[in-house]
Design a protein around this ligand. Structure first.
Ligand code: BDR
Ligand code: CA
Length: 328
């Protein structure tokens, strides 16, 4: 080998767990088209919308960028113990804002969903390729917790498990102290934290450092797929204007994908915390994170700040490439 040749790092094997979802959609588009990532599979969980919408949106989005080869596994239709709550006001009636990815498109073909449910799918990867795969969870943790409860050692059997969820100091987006992914399935968060199955977390403290406006999306190319993304994000911006009084939207999930795996240099502050999740029946408290008192609980690395300008330009550039292919 030429000693001066640049060393090529192998694309990182990744399973994405999603509840697609407007910002999940953008994370999927970027993950499926980034050369640094080897997207081994996508597991679906109910959250932003019901599981059938999540599965359909996920399959369609992958096929739109020519990634019908990525296995899609359908997972939990409801949280471990609680009634499912969805967020049509935030993500639209089917999860993609003003866009509805219904109907069949012959050019796209059909998704072959794996017959293996998500928690088993995760377990199969861990036992076949111990220590190899990274799991990035962008929704409620029901699939991951189900795997943990059925004996899958996500903590030791993966390269890393990363989660978008929770909040430390930032005001919650679901309750005063609770973030959506945590509030949908608090028992799942607590199971994962107790098992040490979350190596890294990106709470609202990090993801809400960057506000994306419709103006930012003007940089996207003029393609059909870019139009779909704009129409979806326009709905998300409308929600954020009303809920948060900002002229834009927080794109939590792709920010976490980029901050954790593609441009970790953009994370400007990280703390180590030993956390637990409130699972009480008090709706104001359930889903809130707090510092655990027991010493035997594993700690988690928590990103708490991100370089906003760097993240914005990286995300828009990658999204532009994802939606810019001639047939998109
Ligand atoms: C998280 O909740 C969902 O609505 C988003 O997709 C994101 O994963 C933000 O709180
Ligand atoms: Ca999500």
């Amino acid at each position: 080998m030429d000693a001066d040749a640049p060393t090529q790092t192998e694309p990182r094997p990744l399973i994405l767990d999603v509840d697609t979802g407007i910002d999940d959609m953008i994370a999927l588009l970027i993950a499926a088209t980034s050369p640094e990532i080897n997207l081994r599979g996508v597991t679906c969980v109910a959250g932003n919308v019901e599981i059938h919408h999540v599965a359909r949106n996920t399959g369609k989005i992958l096929r739109m960028v020519g990634r019908g080869d990525v296995p899609v596994s359908i997972g939990a239709a409801r949280p471990l113990e609680r009634r499912l709550r969805t967020a049509p006001d935030t993500h639209g009636p089917t999860g993609t804002g003003y866009v509805e990815l219904r109907g069949e498109d012959r050019q796209l073909g059909t998704t072959e969903y794996t017959a293996i449910p998500a928690s088993r799918y995760l377990g199969a990867h861990v036992s076949r390729h111990p220590g190899e795969v990274t799991v990035l969870a962008l929704g409620p943790l029901t699939n991951l917790a189900s795997a943990v409860i059925s004996g899958v050692d996500l903590a030791a059997g993966t390269r890393e498990v990363i989660w978008m969820g929770g909040t430390l100091e930032e005001r919650g987006n679901t309750t005063e102290t609770g973030e959506w992914n945590a509030c949908v399935d608090p028992e799942a968060v607590e199971s994962c934290l107790a098992a040490g199955a979350l190596h890294r977390m990106f709470p609202l403290d990090a993801t809400q450092d960057i506000v994306f406006s419709m103006d930012d999306l003007r940089a996207l190319p003029d393609t059909h797929l870019a139009g779909i993304v704009r129409d979806a994000v326009r709905f998300y911006v409308g929600f954020h204007q009303k809920a948060d009084g900002i002229d834009g939207a927080y794109l939590h999930d792709p920010v976490v994908l980029i901050g954790s795996l593609l441009r970790p240099d953009l994370v400007t502050e990280t703390v180590t915390e030993t956390l637990a999740c409130d699972t009480s029946s008090d709706a104001h408290l359930a889903g809130s994170l707090y510092r655990a008192e027991s010493d035997d609980r594993p700690s988690t690395s928590v990103a708490t700040a991100i370089d906003p300008e760097g993240m914005k330009s990286e995300l828009i550039a990658r999204l532009g490439r994802a939606v810019g292919a001639p047939n998109s």
